[in-house]
Design a protein around this ligand. Sequence first.
Ligand code: PEP
Ligand code: MG
Length: 572
Amino acid sequence: MSGPAVDRRLQGEGATPLAGVGTVVWYRPDDSVDLDEPPEDVDPEAELARFEEASETARTELEREREETRERVGEEEAEVFGAHLQFLSDPMIEDGVEAAVTDDGLPAPHAVRAAFAGPIEQFEGMDGRMKERADDLRDVRDRLLRILTGAERVDLRSLPEGSVVFAERLTPSDTAQLDPAVVAGFVTATGGRTSHAAIFARSLALPAVVGVGAGLYEVDEGTEVVVDGDTGEVVLNPTEETRARASGGLDAPVREAPVETSDGKEIEVAANVGRPAEIEAAVERGADGVGLYRSEFLFVDRDAPPGEAEQYEAYRDALDAFPDGRVVVRTLDIGGDKPVPYLDLPEEENPFLGDRGIRRSLGNDADLFETQLRALLRAAAAGAGDLAVMLPLVSTVEEVRAARTRLEAVASALDEAGVDHAIPEFGVMIETPAAVLMGPDLASEVDFFSIGTNDLAQYVMAAARGNERVSELRDFRQPAVIRAIRETVRAAEGTECWVGMCGEMAGDPDLTELLLGLGLDELSMSAVTVPAVKQRVTAVDTDEARELATHVASASTKEQVVDRLTSQGESP
Ligand code: PEP
Ligand code: MG
């Protein structure tokens, strides 16, 4: 397979399992904030007033961008701008600017640059996510400098079609401006899979490679490139063959119908959705249904909870989008890392171990729970697809029974009032060690389990979700996490209870064979990974997968797990 031309390649980390072909457009925002030598005579009061005014403008911009990002990309991504707003009013920065103006006689722009230098350097010296905070600080600094110097903002919204943006780094404000309909992808010299740019790329379904290093700077504007967000390769001046492969989509083809393993076992591959707009993406990527509808997203970002009518519409719309499929709506999972201002949640020392999920629905939020159940039962009768209702953060059998009692009470009330409704499937998330240990008892209470590996890994390994220092421990390939999954499946064996997975682990195609071998019936993930996982499912042979799962689940260390996963097919 030799062609006349040889591809030149750069290697980075893939951020999205998608490929794109296009032309390099360099983005160098720092060029706009070069400063001249400071003048000798500076009026400190006037400079401080200038800084105040620039800060105010920056605040207004950030609030607007947070709102736009919330609508275009998502809630979680929008929160980056919340962090920027905090940096903007951080006393460390404000005092730093004041000292640079009054003590060192610097004009406002130079004072801003001086005040940010120390904190940026400090964060640069840290590991993982903390290191990436340095990018956030740069973003805030450059915004202030742009406002103070009146520099033009490079407009990423009006790039020519087929552009592949090359940059040292892309800040959240930069990435949020990229339009996936126009931009073919982006490549950055810095950053990793957890950097904001990578997260935004996944949310926007943009091919992206991050962390390519200094080699990136040697690539000229206008060069043709293939960006393979799966392997992390950036191919320069690609051969016809490479281009064709990428434009045909290195990304797996979208399969609208449900898929089977090579030996004929049908596996449901569903999507996780957080807000109504994501349902469309789930349909477009060929999801068989919704395996996790995070209903709390209907409750955040507003001043009062949605009423029964609004929720009913939202659930019915989801069911109508999947007339032949199932939609699993998780009841409110508030608390922990998901605050809702109008609910006046208690200040807790450790909110992840506190009043969250089903605990609140059976306690302080009982009224909200009842309204939600009414909306769900009515939607179950009206919508085209099949509804399933799922309880979050279950740790006892009593919680399940209490929730079922409430559901039955709501059904009786609707009956009496003559309101059309239906009883949906009823299941629980398995995301606490208690739920794993009580698996056999829970299996006889419910129709299904869905394993929430994001929380399960944090609780099994005692390693907080947002803490990069313990990310190694929280890895889904830890033997303890794999054994917790195995025990959950075993608990349901021989019962009517089916077992799915809706944590992030389900969306990793490299783990599909293992998960099917462990015995999962359904996998639910971000819509963007549905085609790749469906493709993997079709290649799995159930007997071989079981053998692999037995071998992997008996490993004593994560290293062994990784080895056994990568040497699939070889004898133990
Ligand atoms: C999980 O914990 O794995 C899960 C799917 O729920 P969430 O990420 O919403 O907590
Ligand atoms: Mg969870």
